[in-house]
Design a protein around this ligand. Structure first.
Ligand SMILES: Cc1cc2nc3c(=O)[nH]c(=O)nc-3n(C[C@H](O)[C@H](O)[C@H](O)COP(=O)(O)OP(=O)(O)OC[C@H]3O[C@@H](n4cnc5c(N)ncnc54)[C@H](O)[C@@H]3O)c2cc1C
Length: 413
């Protein structure tokens, strides 16, 4: 038999798994259906690749994955956050830690991260077949014998590591093929849905705000008038809703709710409470007592937002600010602190960063990533039922589980 290990999928998890398995002496074949490796990796972090999150305590990292988080402990113990940073540093890619403990290459180039992985595989003599699509697994007595390719060719291997990723952003090659194979092998697939995704709202005025990016805002989600989640940071208006880090993280919460009576409120001035903001508005109005209302908000709000806020306030834009009543001012204040948006839907897989759901974790050994149903199958990366917030959490899952799968497969030769 020519190959000890066959890895399916040349994303972050697959490349890490292949490199590690080869480093330990396996004859490895990596199969990737795209013409290039790591297509999705290259667009991570807007091309800068937020490769991990430097939380101080692994428990903090794990808690971000909710009830499934405990599955990650073992692989983090073998190849954790520091190991990941050292791995890339040792191959000459310096890293930096930004706000929110997000780690990026100093070069701000995801390509540098990909080059390290390609170099790692080259050093380990991995054979790589690009432009090659796996279509089927040939299984006998709970053991995979071969993978079948779209061309009809069959390739035999001793062990197989499945790293085909999720369904999000399918143009990158992640079309969810692995889920169907796993289901056919008897695995349960926990329901899949797009996560870390932008929102679509009913309010048509967002079209006028398209492209407006916001820093230091607070966005809260209300269900039946009760606040259920809230985030501070950056967001951006899109043609039909909102996106950006805090919206993506809030989308995880929204996905688990029915949309009835859900309201989203944007606080453009979270540093000022209602009374401080009122004083600030009064001061600005006093200083410009002969100004028209429409010309009096430049110091308080981004230019693009002003016409929308004026319209929502129902205050005559030509009204002199010293004639604005207290009642009108209160309305303006509420719009600035509680800018209302009505949720219509979450965007779909095309725009999602990650796929929530995946292969049921109780069917995978967390210490080895080995399937409990198929004797020579290992699974790593996004295909697992693990989804974290933005900030480097999801790639860390790929590094840790990919490394562990590559490690363990060699013990089973
Ligand atoms: C726009 C965007 C930005 C992101 N930014 C970040 C970030 O900054 N930080 C972070 O932590 N996470 C980020 N993520 C998430 C991160 O990219 C994923 O978690 C990660 O890529 C998953 O890696 P994976 O190896 O499991 O799968 P993938 O990266 O999806 O790789 C799977 C590979 O398998 C191949 N494949 C699929 N089916 C077959 C088949 N039948 N035969 C052969 N090959 C096949 C695919 O072509 C693909 O190359 C981002 C995601 C997106 C979409």
């Amino acid at each position: 038999m020519k190959y000890d290990t066959i890895v399916i999928g040349g994303g972050p998890a697959g490349m890490m798994a292949a490199g590690r398995s080869g480093e330990l002496g396996s004859r490895v074949l990596l199969i990737e259906k795209n013409q290039k490796l790591g297509v999705k990796l290259l667009i991570t972090g807007k091309g800068r690749c937020n490769l991990t999150n430097k939380v101080d305590d692994p428990r903090e990292f794990v808690s971000e994955f909710g009830k499934n988080g405990k599955f990650i402990f073992s692989s983090l113990f073998v190849f954790g956050i520091e190991d990941t940073i050292n791995f890339f540093n040792d191959q000459g890619v310096k890293t930096k830690t930004e706000r929110g403990k997000r780690v990026f290459p100093v070069s701000d180039k995801a390509q540098d991260i990909l080059s390290v992985l390609v170099g790692y595989m080259k050093n380990s003599d991995i054979e790589i077949r690009k432009n090659t699509q796996v279509t089927e697994f040939i299984i006998k007595d709970r053991k995979i014998k071969k993978v079948k390719l779209a061309t009809g060719e069959e390739i035999e291997g001793k062990n197989f590591i499945l790293c085909t990723g999720g369904k999000s952003c399918p143009t990158t090659g992640s079309t969810g093929d692995g889920y169907a194979w796993l289901a056919k092998m008897g695995h349960n697939i926990v329901s899949l849905f797009p996560s870390l995704v932008s929102i679509i709202v009913r309010d048509i005025f967002v079209k006028d705000l398209e492209g407006l990016s916001l820093k230091n805002v607070e966005i809260s989600v209300y269900k039946d008038e009760k606040k259920i989640d809230s985030r501070f940071g950056e967001a951006i208006f899109t043609s039909d809703g909102m996106s950006g880090p805090i919206i993506l993280d809030l989308s995880r919460k929204l996905a688990s709710e029915s949309f009835d009576n859900i309201k989203i409120k944007v606080d453009f001035k979270p540093a000022l409470d209602h009374s401080k903001l009122d004083k600030r508005i009064q001061r600005d109005f006093m200083q410009g007592n002969n100004k028209m209302f429409k010309n009096s908000l430049e110091k308080l709000l981004p230019k693009k937002l002003i016409p929308v806020v004026i319209k929502l306030s129902n205050i005559d834009p030509e009204k002199k600010v010293n004639l604005i009543t207290r009642e009108e001012r209160m309305k303006l204040l509420i719009i600035m602190k509680e800018f209302p948006l009505e949720l219509k839907a979450l965007s779909g897989y095309n725009k999602a960063i990650i796929t929530a759901g995946g292969v049921k974790l109780s069917e995978i050994n967390p210490k080895t990533m080995k399937s409990k149903l198929i004797d020579n199958l290992y699974v790593a990366g996004e295909i697992l039922d693990l989804d974290g917030p933005t900030g480097g959490y999801n790639l860390q899952i790929c590094w840790s589980t990919g490394y562990v799968a590559g490690n363990s497969v060699n013990r089973d030769l």
